[in-house]
Design a protein around this ligand. Sequence first.
Ligand code: AMP
Length: 284
Amino acid sequence: MKVFADSKILRKTLQAFKKKNKKVGFVPTMGYLHQGHLQLIRQAKKHNDVVVVSIFVNPLQFGPKEDFKQYPRNVGRDQSLLMGEKTDILFTPEAKKFYSSEFQSFVTVRHLTQGLCGRRRPGHFEGVATVVAKLLNVVMPDTLYLGQKDYQQYRVLSQMVHDLDFETKVVMVPIVREKDGLALSSRNVYLSQTERLEALVLSRTLCYGETLIRKGARDTKKIKSDLRHMIKKASLVRLDYLEIVDAETLQPMVKLGSSDKALIAIAAYFGKTRLIDNVLVDVA
Ligand code: AMP
């Protein structure tokens, strides 16, 4: 595995691969890798000649009161996991060089960032879209791999790629979970044992929501009220939001129709740790 910190050198190396018609797959991450990240890398390996993974804890996407400083980091461990997956290239830009002191250009995706996490984390998706636009300009991948775990991020970045004419296909990879249902996340290390147990309420609630819809429930107000009731049984939880939105537009849905694809999305705090999870449901 080759490791690059310099954008220009990486771009040149990748241009040489492209001249030889090699397909490049790209997996952007913030590191502290787990099986969820590795699943994205495995997908990329399957369908590309060269796989590039970036590790960059992007300061632009953290609010002033968020966990940028505490965010877990362990590049040594990450490198051995990446080598285990036969990753070809690791890109680890340095924040000061990646964003020069005169940096002042941002990418805004307007409508898809209004609800869900966008409402709770002002500036977050602007930070995400800006860093991924920069990374795409360096890597110029044929395919970008993103996890369903951050579904709103996937929709925002797909829209950006489309609107700004990036020559990249976007592929979404399903959520990887622990055996007991907890969605893998780098932030799970923050959880105490009790919080970790209570956090199972997220996947259980989503599963119940999916079952309700499959059994014919169509009134989202009623479904959301049933699901909120279930979540509130966990004593350590502080619900941030629970929404049922159209999977494409992310607009809240009132009545579910037979050809709709709905996303049930939850964000909740367990102690100081904010976790997100979701499920996609085809309303047949
Ligand atoms: P992060 O390092 O948290 O920025 O995540 C990097 C990429 O991995 C994003 O596309 C995430 O959606 C994806 N990802 C994180 N956790 C999971 C998971 N449990 N299952 C699938 N993809 C994930």
